[in-house]
Each structure stands twice: as C-alpha cells, then as structure tokens.
Design a protein around this ligand. Structure first.
Ligand SMILES: NC(=O)c1ccc[n+]([C@@H]2O[C@H](COP(=O)([O-])OP(=O)(O)OC[C@H]3O[C@@H](n4cnc5c(N)ncnc54)[C@H](O)[C@@H]3O)[C@@H](O)[C@H]2O)c1
Ligand SMILES: O=C(O)CC[C@@H](O)C(=O)O
Length: 399
C-alpha cells in the first residue's frame, strides 16, 4: 500500500520527486496521512492525525512544530540542517551592505526625481545630493556571530573573506561545527562582550526557551552606538520592545531583520524583509530533497538522520522483517520485547538501540515474521510508544 504524504506548504518538486509515485501518494489534504512534510506552517498537535509516523521540516527551524508532543507520541521530527545555509549567508551579506551604505535611501531618493526631464539637471542634482547617502565599508569592521552552526560558520567565513574581523559566541557548539570553523574566528566568552566589541552582530541560533528574548535591553545598552544588529534567525530571539527603545535612545544604528513586527514598520532605522532568508530556488530544492530522502529512509527502513527529537540511528537492512520500536527511555523495555521474541523462538539477526533524552528507539531485524497478536503484545508493554513492522513481512501492518 502506498504511503500517504501530506504537504502543508509548497515543497519543491525536486524533493517530492524523490518519493516514487508507485509507493507514495502526495497531497495537500489527507484524512489519515502516514507522514507530513512542511516548511513554516504553524502545526498544532491536534492537526497531527493518529496515523502520522513522521514529520519532515524542509528547513532548519522547528519552532513551528509541537516537538515535545511529537516526542511523547513517538513521532520523529526531521529537519534539514545546512540545506539553506548558503541562501541565508548571502542575505546576511546583503543586510550588512544595506546597513553600511545608503543604498535603500539612495534608490528611494532617485525615484523622487521622476519629474526631472532634463538629463544634465538630473545629474547635477544627484551629484549635489549624493553626500546624504555616504556610508562606510565593511573591511576592518568587526562582525559578532551568535550561533556558529551551519549558517553562522558560513557567515563567519564570508566576513573573513570580506576583510572583517570576526568574533563568535556559541556555548553549545558541536564538535563537527567547531571543525568547520576558521581558526581566525575569535571566541567571545560572554554575549555581552561580543555585543560591546562588534560593529555588526548577526544572530544564527534556534529559538528555544533559553534563547527567547536573548537580545534584551541590557545587551543592547552594551553596544557601540554605530553598530547594527542583523536577525535572520527568529523574531522571538530579540525583545522587540527593548529593540525599539534602544533605537529611540540611539544605542545602535540599525536593526536589520527577516522578521518584521508591526511596531517596527515605517521606521527609518530598521530594514525589514519578509522571511526570505531561505527563499532561493537552490535552498528550497536542497531542503526538499534532504527532507524527502530522510523521510523515505525512515518509512522504508526505520533509519533516523537529522531528527531534532529522536536519536540518530542507521542499520543496514539486508532482507526480511524489521521491527521499529519507540519507547520511553526506561530500563527493561527492550528486555521485555526480546523476551516476547524468544518465547516464540524468533531469531534476532541484527539490532540497534539508541536513546535521546526521554525517548529510546530500536531497530530489530528478525528471521521469519510476526503475527498481529505478537505485535499487539509488544504494543501493550508498559513504556512502549509505538511498534512498526517494516520490510518483506508476511503479515499485514497495523498502523
Ligand atoms: N531567515 C530564514 O529564512 C532562516 C533560514 C534558515 C534558518 N533560520 C534560523 O536560523 C537558525 C540557525 O540555523 P542553522 O542552520 O545555522 O542551525 P544550526 O543548528 O546548524 O546552528 C545553530 C547554532 O546555534 C547554537 N546555539 C544554541 N543556543 C545558543 C545560544 N544560547 N547562544 C549562541 N549559540 C547558540 C548551537 O550550538 C548551534 O551551533 C535556525 O534555528 C532557524 O531558526 C532562519
Ligand atoms: O521555509 C522557509 O521559507 C523558511 C525556512 C527557515 O526559516 C528555516 O528555519 O529553515
């Protein structure tokens, strides 16, 4: 039977084409979908049907998904780290240049001269007025990068090639991300010191309970008065009220953000973009392809890569039946599952078990097959959240 994939945003066709139509049905409406693919759609727990076994976010941020509810329901949530990083990096370059030069003001000014028909007069006026739009160069300035993951590390590298000094702050930096980072990026031990030393500050961290309102009045007060803040991460990371007060008080020069709030609209000291950080053909394709590949590998093999709530787990599936079991991360559950198999003389060929915080996930390859009754017995074990039978099995799969 084909797996039903519910799409809640427009997903690039290049990605959807990774899901063969002989085995996947894709639509924007399904009563009982097997999986959901989405981008920025704000997904509510009630919208997730009981039939859903996985959710794939074609993008980095998963704050639009009720991840904790999904974990409790044994639903892995996937994202696509790095797949849109270059698009965001390039827009940060645009943001810094718009913040450093009178580009927007200059363009707006030229459009006010529509009534001037004489070319010589137009040129004279432009030459006389252009001093209003003078800016400064990025070379030699200091960029503070908050969050040095996929995007932050690329932004840091780009800034170095533009001749900027780069300071970074990331208390949760992964080893992999640290390897990617240029040794020329200096480490700030505290956020306040990064804010005090930087001419441009760019945010590339997720919105979490710990990062909500991170950029607050205190940090903004520590800034150089000529500095700019760039927010291509998420609105909630910046306290907008504090930002407006700081702009009013001249504590910074400009706020450049991909996340406009009503109170920011119309101000001359802000540059607002409509959440277009990842809006390039390339990023949309990369994200959709990665999301679809990860989803397919989970549906067909139970493998997990780039999940934000489940452990990474990959086990080569050669042949036969595979059990995929999600359970609470407490002792004895795996033992009880294996005892059920042993009681039926079912041989385990290969298995892998991993845990992450409160969830554990197991792939168990078995010889032969399992009846629906045995599956029900496993599902009834205390702490087992869901059990799925994958592969070449004789029995029908209850969802
Ligand atoms: N504007 C857009 O369209 C757009 C596009 C892509 C991503 N984003 C946003 O950017 C964020 C980052 O994306 P990414 O792909 O670089 O993710 P990533 O996971 O590769 O990197 C995030 C980094 O933030 C760090 N971090 C976590 N808490 C921190 C803290 N308190 N202070 C400093 N650093 C901290 C992590 O250690 C990690 O290295 C996403 O979560 C998303 O919200 C926005
Ligand atoms: O899908 C988008 O357009 C935005 C994605 C972006 O916010 C992300 O977190 O990856």
């Amino acid at each position: 039977m084909a797996s039903k994939i519910l799409t809640l945003n427009q997903i690039s066709v290049k990605g959807l084409d990774r899901l063969p139509r002989e085995t996947y049905e894709i639509a924007s409406e399904f009563g009982t979908p097997d999986a959901i693919m989405l981008r920025s759609h704000k997904l509510k727990n009630e919208e997730i049907a009981d039939s859903v076994i996985a959710i794939a976010r074609a993008g980095a941020g998963t704050n639009n998904i009720p991840v904790a509810d999904c974990t409790a329901r044994g639903i892995p949530v996937f994202n696509t780290p790095g797949a849109n990083a270059n698009a965001v990096k390039e827009l940060v370059a645009v943001g810094m240049l718009l913040g450093s030069r009178g580009v927007i003001e200059g363009i707006d000014y030229v459009h006010t001269l529509g009534d001037v028909t004489d070319e010589a007069e137009l040129n004279k006026t432009l030459e006389a007025q252009k001093k209003q739009f003078k800016g400064s160069e990025l070379v030699g300035k200091t960029l503070g990068v908050v969050g040095l993951g996929a995007i932050g590390s690329m932004v840091a590298e780009m800034a170095l090639t533009l001749g900027m000094e780069v300071i970074g702050y990331d208390p949760a930096l992964s080893v992999e991300a640290a390897w990617r980072l240029s040794s020329r990026v200096r480490k700030a031990d505290a956020l306040a010191s990064l804010f005090a030393r930087s001419d441009y500050i760019t945010l590339h961290l997720p919105v979490l309970e710990s990062t909500r309102g991170l950029v607050n009045a205190e940090l903004l007060a520590a800034m150089k008065p000529d500095a700019c803040v760039l927010n291509f991460a998420r609105q909630q990371i910046v306290d907008d009220e504090a930002m407006i007060a700081a702009l009013d008080a001249g504590q910074l020069r400009k706020y450049i953000t991909d996340f406009p709030a009503p109170a920011l609209i119309g101000r001359k000291d802000v540059i607002l973009m409509p959440h277009i950080g990842a809006s390039t053909d390339e990023a949309e394709e990369n994200c959709a392809v990665m999301a679809a590949d990860q989803l397919r590998d989970f549906i067909e093999n139970g493998n997990i890569k780039n999940s934000v709530n489940f452990p990474t787990l990959q086990l080569e599936h050669v042949t036969g039946c595979r059990l995929a079991i999600a359970n609470e991360n407490v002792p004895k559950i795996l033992g009880s599952v294996l005892a059920i198999l042993a009681d039926r003389d079912i041989n385990v060929i290969d298995m892998l078990n991993k845990s992450r915080d409160e969830i554990a996930y197991n792939l168990i390859d078995i010889e032969g097959t399992l009846s629906d009754e045995v599956l029900q017995e496993m599902r009834a074990l205390e702490g087992v959240i869901n059990v799925r039978l994958i592969g070449d099995c004789a029995c029908d799969l209850p969802s």
